[in-house]
Design a protein around this ligand. Structure first.
Ligand code: ADP
Length: 159
């Protein structure tokens, strides 16, 4: 059984993340989506809200589970018995930060391998910040996020 974790802020989960998750589950027996508590970022949604949106959006995916974690990603990977960490690469702009993280995580635990997956090119311009900004301006985000997220954003910004 090869298990991987896919950590991120998921504030909120977008169709780009879902595309990466679909690719990961084709390659591995199970995928743990981990909402990482990042003290440097001030999220729009609470950890509980982000976990719930992921659960609702991925309820039909059999080999996927959702959890959250506050601490080092490699520690969490070890705890759940994962062999690797999935990260998404959209463009060269993601590369430098992701490369540093991957090498640091390898230094912390050389048994955990980082695997980069590229989404379909239609998602390369998509990120959670853009989605939050569009939703705050009452713009339609249905092309970018699953229905559960669309609903959560609608509630957040209803006047
Ligand atoms: P983080 O705060 O850890 O960057 P994110 O939720 O923004 O968390 O992203 C988690 C991972 O998913 C990162 O590796 C990021 O590059 C990747 N990612 C985010 N949006 C997309 C997208 N549209 N397509 C592919 N990968 C993505």
């Amino acid at each position: 059984m090869k298990k991987v974790i896919y950590p991120g802020s998921f504030d909120p989960v977008t169709n780009g993340h879902i595309d990466v998750i679909k690719r990961a589950r084709e390659l591995f027996d199970s995928v743990v989506i981990t909402v990482a508590v990042n003290p440097v970022k001030t999220p729009m949604f609470t950890v509980e809200e982000r976990v719930l949106m992921l659960k609702e959006s991925l309820k039909d995916f059999e080999n996927v589970t959702i959890d959250s974690f506050d601490g080092l990603v490699v520690d969490h990977a070890r705890q759940v018995g994962a062999v690797g960490i999935i990260r998404g690469l959209r463009a060269v702009s993601d590369f430098e930060f992701e490369f540093q993280m991957a090498l640091m995580n390898r230094k912390l635990s050389d048994k955990i391998t980082t695997i980069f997956l590229m989404p379909h090119e239609k998602y390369t311009y998509l990120n959670s910040t853009i989605v939050r900004n569009l939703a705050s301006l009452q713009s339609d985000v249905s092309d970018f996020v699953p229905p559960a997220v669309q609903e959560a954003l609608r509630k957040k910004f209803q006047s």
